[in-house]
Write a protein that binds this ligand. Structure first.
Ligand SMILES: NC(=O)c1ccc[n+]([C@@H]2O[C@H](COP(=O)([O-])OP(=O)(O)OC[C@H]3O[C@@H](n4cnc5c(N)ncnc54)[C@H](O)[C@@H]3O)[C@@H](O)[C@H]2O)c1
Length: 412
């Protein structure tokens, strides 16, 4: 391949960091996104990056490598919504030339790269895979806000049944990632990403069930997990919480169970842990209600402050966030509800067919003490848990961050 001109399709949580890493290594790279507002925002934010590098139009024709990082959500039947992949492939088909390489990064079901990318291009362009165009699947494994493992520290899995595709992809990725790991089957690479997410989903589900069990047994699960984690082998810590969120854990395992169902195989582990995690918001609300009752407060006359709306600490992403689900559910159940989250300054919520904007309130002593109950849902590192513990009337802490020695604190 002559000089590589790379185009990243989809500049979100996955595509943008990859774009910036490629830029750092002086690759010729264009970022393409069909969201014009995002393109204008990126152009302003990365003012030093050369003009026309972010594009929402078809200025991508001169590219010969297309890296696809579009969303892979679920539809209303909780099945894969592949419409974003379809539209990205349509864009590629309109510009692809013989010899070009496509690297598919979005999380998808085993068989997706072949079905949705290779077959489509062969059908619509009459190009032959391995001869006229090249494809590999390389799942993104980024963990936003993880300071210990940055994108380049995480080994990059690359899968393809075509040697030349593997070589072309590896030539790019070994310049960015500390390690690359080659697989010779698309499906193995696709499954490797799903195994990682299913593993997390199941272990979080297990800890959520344990937390509910421990409430009955009157045992502090957090202290027990801390002790278990001192074992230097055969154990990895996972924690309970208000549920799972973000674009991965609550969604991706469904891609695998959906595919398995097409072969009449029903995954019990995936479905059970998914159910357990999805039930957590209701469980948290029930526990909050019981706590207030214990304190002789009537639930629907109570004032509640929620700490954290994003799905995990130190990020602003609230897609699928259980914290947000809890906030929304509480809206119609209590007298007053507010939230605090410096990462999510405001939120629009539809209520009785009207959009209402809620703004994050400041964590002043006066504010904190004016609520009957504070529910800690997202444990952002910047929050002073001692001040919160000292000044709240009652706290329900689902993350075990408040001070243990305060009597007003109840843990999940
Ligand atoms: N968010 C994570 O932490 C994470 C981690 C690993 C893998 N993934 C996977 O990576 C993929 C992308 O996730 P994300 O979180 O970056 O999503 P995102 O929603 O943050 O970003 C996707 C971007 O793609 C754009 N887009 C959609 N369709 C397009 C099209 N046809 N042409 C051009 N642009 C288009 C959207 O406007 C958006 O900016 C998903 O498959 C996800 O499962 C996500």
């Amino acid at each position: 391949m002559k000089k590589k001109n790379i185009c990243i399709i989809g500049l979100g949580y996955v595509g943008l960091p990859l774009f910036l890493e490629l830029k750092k290594k002086s690759f010729n790279v264009v970022g393409f996104d069909n969201d014009n507002l995002k393109i204008s925002y990126l152009k302003k934010k990365y003012i030093n990056v050369k003009k026309k590098v972010f594009s929402s139009s078809n200025e991508i024709k001169k590219c010969n490598v297309y890296i696809v990082c579009v969303p892979t959500p679920l539809n209303k039947f909780l099945e894969p919504d592949t419409s974003f992949i379809k539209s990205a492939i349509k864009t590629i088909i309109s510009v692809i030339e013989k010899g070009d390489l496509i690297i598919f990064e979005s999380t998808c079901y085993p068989g997706c790269t072949k079905e949705m990318i290779i077959n489509e291009i062969e059908k619509k362009k009459e190009f032959k895979f391995k001869k006229d165009f090249f494809v590999s699947y390389s799942p993104e494994r980024i963990d936003p806000a993880n300071k210990k493992f940055k994108i380049t520290d995480i080994p990059k899995v690359i899968g393809s049944e075509c040697k030349k595709s593997l070589k072309l992809t590896d030539d790019i990725y070994k310049k960015i990632f500390k390690k690359t790991y080659i697989l010779h089957k698309f499906e193995e690479a696709e499954l490797s990403k799903l195994i990682e997410n299913v593993f997390r989903q199941i272990n979080i589900g297990l800890m959520n069930e344990m937390a509910m069990m421990c409430k009955k047994l009157e045992i502090n699960i957090w202290n027990a997990i801390k002790a278990s984690s001192t074992k230097p082998f055969g154990f990895m810590s996972f924690y309970p919480g208000p549920g799972t969120g973000g674009h991965c854990i609550p969604l991706d395992p469904n891609y695998l169970s959906w595919k398995a169902r097409s072969k009449n195989f029903f995954s019990r582990y995936i479905d059970l842990s998914n159910k357990l995690n999805q039930e957590m918001p209701n469980y948290i609300i029930k526990r909050a209600g019981n706590l207030l009752k214990k304190k002789k407060k009537v639930f629907n006359k109570s004032k509640i402050l929620v700490i954290g709306l994003s799905y995990k600490k130190n990020v602003s992403d609230y897609r699928e966030s259980p914290s947000l689900k809890i906030f929304q559910k509480l809206l119609s159940k209590v007298k007053k509800i507010e939230f605090h989250d410096d990462f999510v300054k405001n939120i629009k919520i539809k209520k009785n067919n009207k959009i209402k904007i809620f703004n994050s309130i400041n964590l002043t002593k006066k504010n904190i003490s004016s609520f009957d109950l504070v529910i800690v849902l997202t444990d952002h590192s910047y929050i002073n848990w001692t001040i919160l513990s000292k000044n709240s009337k009652n706290i329900f802490d689902t993350r075990f961050v408040c001070k243990n020695n305060y009597l007003n604190v109840e843990f999940l």
